[in-house]
Design a protein around this ligand. Structure first.
Ligand SMILES: Cc1cc2nc3c(=O)[nH]c(=O)nc-3n(C[C@H](O)[C@H](O)[C@H](O)COP(=O)(O)OP(=O)(O)OC[C@H]3O[C@@H](n4cnc5c(N)ncnc54)[C@H](O)[C@@H]3O)c2cc1C
Length: 392
């Protein structure tokens, strides 16, 4: 086993030789979609990193990982960040369903799915929310009826991000309608490339449209692809949500997170637009100072959460770090918009620079961060009950 210094030196040298110029700095990242085109450098980077097990650095070798320990993983991320390398493969495959399979999958399921996920062979959508089941997720009604060796699915999922570009979807479905609502749910994997699965785009306030409503009409899922056991989906599905929340929070060490970290541009933008005369108005300066302190505290908390994690990803801590991260991002966006005045409220028809429009869109998109992955109130309920031990 090489020392950590040797590992750093080897990693640095390998990255220098193998990280293409086109994946250094901001730009597109692969989610493994077979439906989206990919720039050549992005494809090459994904292939090279997958061969080395570094698309999922902490996973076992037999499933496409490199079995890095936490310290090595940290070094890899630091070295990627130092050269501005982007994450070679991201999305719900490597970050959500992969780690869930590692914990709950049978040997057969792990062998069939994990190496493909690690290589980026197919993008994954998440089929949890329904028109009548969001925060109250256990009320979900997507019906799954066993018919020989497969389940037949009927119903609808909503807010399925990126579903138009995805190859597979993991769904929470109702397998036993007669049981109490938390006990009749199963998590299963579904191929989206079949006539019974139809994603339909939904347009958003921010202009972009990553959302879909996904309809299931006699769609099939193999009975071999129920994860964690039939009617055990509530337990398995909640663990997957922890992987999702820890990804949002930047503390999911069992996924592919890594590479370029955006340094906060809030102080720079606020200074640039917000200066009246010689200095920032006092109220804005106070908020900016508080924001900068909270930003530093958030980074330290992320580091601590990773260091203290003994399993594949933090448990209930992910709710707290996800929530504070989302609130911080929203406050940073508000500060920029306030400092920019009317320049922060652009639309395509106005005389706004593209960088200004990007800040406006980001501000609008940021509103969703206290909804996606469970709302702010849901996270606060989890923290109250599971972390602080307060009564129901
Ligand atoms: C950007 C984005 C991406 C998403 N991607 C996906 C995806 O890929 N797949 C997927 O399945 N879903 C996805 N979602 C859906 C998301 O999980 C739900 O929007 C979320 O769980 C809230 O559900 P809801 O929209 O039905 O709101 P509701 O549950 O109807 O909530 C409405 C309001 O009531 C409050 N509320 C509800 N219950 C309580 C309570 N017990 N205590 C206090 N307040 C409460 C909520 O906090 C909220 O303010 C995404 C959402 C967003 C915004």
């Amino acid at each position: 086993m090489p020392s950590i210094d040797d590992f750093r030196a080897e990693t640095r040298a390998w990255l220098a030789d193998n990280c293409p110029a086109g994946v250094r700095g901001p730009g597109p990242m692969s989610i493994g979609s077979t439906k989206l085109g990919m720039p050549e450098d992005v494809r090459l980077w994904q292939t090279r990193m997958a061969e080395r097990g570094w698309t999922v650095p902490t996973w076992p070798r037999e499933y496409g990982g490199a079995e890095l320990d936490k310290e090595q993983y940290k070094v890899l991320i630091e070295e990627m960040t130092a050269i501005n390398a982007r994450t070679p493969l991201t999305g719900r495959g490597v970050n959500y369903i992969g780690p869930t399979l590692l914990e709950f999958g049978t040997d057969d399921q792990k062998a069939r799915w994990l190496p493909r996920i690690a290589r980026g062979e197919g993008a994954w959508a998440m089929g949890y929310s329904e028109p009548g089941a969001g925060s109250d997720l256990a009320s979900l009604a997507l019906k799954a009826e066993l018919d020989g060796d497969h389940y037949v699915l009927n119903g609808a999922k909503i807010w399925t991000s990126d579903a138009m570009d995805c190859d597979f979807i993991f769904v929470l479905a109702r397998t036993s309608p007669d049981k109490p609502k938390h006990e009749g749910i199963s998590l299963m994997l579904v191929d989206m490339d079949q006539p019974g699965v139809q994603p339909r785009p939904i347009r958003l306030l921010s202009g972009a449209s990553p959302f879909c409503e996904t309809l299931f009409q006699d769609a099939h899922a193999s009975a071999n692809d129920v994860i964690g056991g039939v009617d055990r989906g509530w337990t398995v599905g909640k663990r997957l949500l922890q992987f999702e929340r820890s990804t949002h929070a930047g503390i999911n060490i069992s996924g592919s997170q890594g590479g370029r970290r955006e340094e906060s541009r809030v102080p720079e933008i606020v200074q640039r637009y917000g200066v009246a005369g010689e200095s920032l108005p006092a109220a804005l300066r106070d908020r900016l100072t508080r924001y900068s302190m909270d930003d530093a505290a958030q980074k330290l908390t992320q580091r601590r959460a990773i260091e203290e994690t003994r399993s594949r990803a933090p448990g209930f801590t992910s709710s707290a770090v996800k929530l504070t991260g989302a609130l911080l991002k929203q406050e940073g966006d508000e500060l920029m918009i306030e400092a920019m005045g009317t320049q922060g409220l652009g639309d395509d028809a106005g005389t706004f620079e593209s960088a200004e429009l990007a800040i406006t869109r980001n501000w609008l998109y940021g509103k969703s961060l206290t909804i996606a992955g469970g709302t702010k109130e849901v996270q606060l309920n989890i923290i109250a009950k599971r972390v602080l031990g307060l009564p129901d």
